[in-house]
Design a protein around this ligand. Structure first.
Ligand SMILES: [Zn+2]
Length: 65
């Protein structure tokens, strides 16, 4: 299984479909309600990294809008 936070820069900026980092469900192509967060630590990792959360996990982790 690919880790979405370690895609190349090209796919990182325009991801087509990703898996939720929490529950592993797939975004599909619509991305409705999905959120992406930077998870890299510039102290230890110079490469940008993103973590993707499905609507349910995003609400559980970060609260509702
Ligand atoms: Zn999820």
């Amino acid at each position: 299984m690919n880790r979405p936070e370690r895609q190349s820069d090209e796919t990182l900026t325009q991801p087509r479909m990703v898996a939720c980092i929490e529950c592993g469900c797939l975004s599909g192509l619509a991305w409705a309600g999905w959120r992406a967060y930077r998870v890299d630590d510039p102290e230890y990792d110079a490469r940008p990294a993103l973590a993707f959360y499905c609507p349910g996990c995003a609400a559980a982790e970060f609260g509702h809008d």
